[in-house]
Design a protein around this ligand. Structure first.
Ligand code: SAH
Length: 340
């Protein structure tokens, strides 16, 4: 049993069943034993891999998208480049590589990272040596920083880690975790519906920041455009699915993002919403194929093969290319983001 397995059992014995949101918060963010607090989960030696870790072209394409947004904003100086949940810092590093084609942007960009994991903060610091990022514990802290500076924001596989609530049946009966003997179980049975006030609040805060400062935000995640997805809570350990209620704190726990709920969450703010579109279609529209051809020409055979395989994984139908979706929020309305 992991320390969290025991802690959750003791908690349920003393105070009764816990809901799925409380479970996710403990599993991922418990200060001592939470999954993200204790490890770097990414890459071959970890539990899962992400688009920026698969290919540098992912971050480069997003970098070009951001350059275009910056130019449509009138090339403001300074400008804030923010990332939520930056992992190892690979995406932001590749974005900054792409920014090299616009020296004024490179000189003026202020890098801000929202990250709660001390282990991943250390990794980000190493990846971004040579830059001077500012770290924030929360989105609220980012929002309070230099509120007049225009914002370019990205978040890849961030929202899926924020807690959800699950409801059973048509009403608001919450799906909870109970103890049956010494075993953790979900209850009651029935058709599951999911809601995530934490994700919606994130999008609302980002939208309000965009209205205040001007700018664009890009969210990329595993997800769907609408309800009816059922129970999407999942755990991953050693690159394979894992029972959600086992080895708590040692497996990543996420759920699919409901992009239609994000759109509704932003509806009260004066932002334009684009997407969701499939990641493969988005990257193709931004010219990932052309960029791949260019890089292949100057690469050796082994490196060329690696580049091709990486891009294939990012855009493959039935895999990351269609399972991952991209949604953008922009203000003012004159901004027309590429790829949608
Ligand atoms: N974006 C990265 C990493 C994705 S993993 C990539 O694509 O490779 C999720 C990231 O979000 C990790 O960096 C994790 O530490 C961070 N994270 C999870 N919950 C968070 C929270 N509530 N606040 C800030 N960061 C969080």
């Amino acid at each position: 049993m992991t320390p969290l397995d025991e802690l959750i059992r003791a908690h349920i014995r003393q105070q009764g069943p816990i809901d799925v949101a409380a479970f996710m918060t403990l599993a991922l963010a418990h200060p001592r034993h939470g999954y993200y607090m204790t490890r770097d989960p990414l890459g071959a030696a970890g539990d899962f891999t992400t688009a920026p870790e698969i290919s540098q072209l992912f971050g480069e394409m997003i970098g070009l998208w951001l350059i275009d947004m910056w130019q449509q904003l009138g090339s403001p100086q300074p400008v804030m480049l923010a990332e939520l949940g930056p992992g190892r810092g690979t995406l932001i590093k590749d974005i900054l590589c792409a920014f090299a084609i616009r020296p004024t942007l490179c000189d003026t960009v202020q890098i801000h990272l929202v990250e709660t994991s001390p282990v991943l903060r250390a990794a980000q610091k190493e990846t971004l040596s040579g830059f001077a990022p500012v770290w924030h514990d929360s989105l609220e802290s980012l929002a309070a920083h230099a509120p007049e500076v225009p914002l370019l924001l990205v978040a890849n596989e961030f929202l899926d880690a924020l807690p959800i609530h699950q409801y059973v049946g048509a009403g608001r009966q919450e799906r909870v975790i109970v103890l049956a003997g010494d075993e953790l179980r979900f209850a009651p049975e029935g058709t599951v519906r999911e809601e995530s006030p934490a994700r919606e609040a994130t999008v609302r805060t980002v939208a309000a920041m965009l209205v205040q400062r001007r700018g664009a935000a890009l969210f990329i995640d595993y997800g769907h455009d609408g309800a009816g997805a059922g129970d999407t809570l999942q755990a991953v350990k050693d690159h394979a699915f894992h029972p959600v209620l086992e080895d708590v704190g040692e497996a990543d726990v996420t759920s699919h993002v409901d992009f239609s709920a994000l759109r509704r969450a932003a509806a009260g703010e004066d932002v334009s919403v684009f997407g969701p579109v499939a990641q493969g279609a988005f990257l193709a529209a931004l010219g990932i194929g052309l960029r791949l051809t260019m890089l292949e020409q100057s690469a050796g055979p082994a490196q060329a093969q690696m580049l091709v395989q990486g891009v294939k994984r990012l855009i493959a139908e039935g895999d990351m290319g269609t399972l991952f979706k991209v949604m953008a929020f922009c203000h003012p309305a004159s901004l027309k983001p590429a790829g949608f």
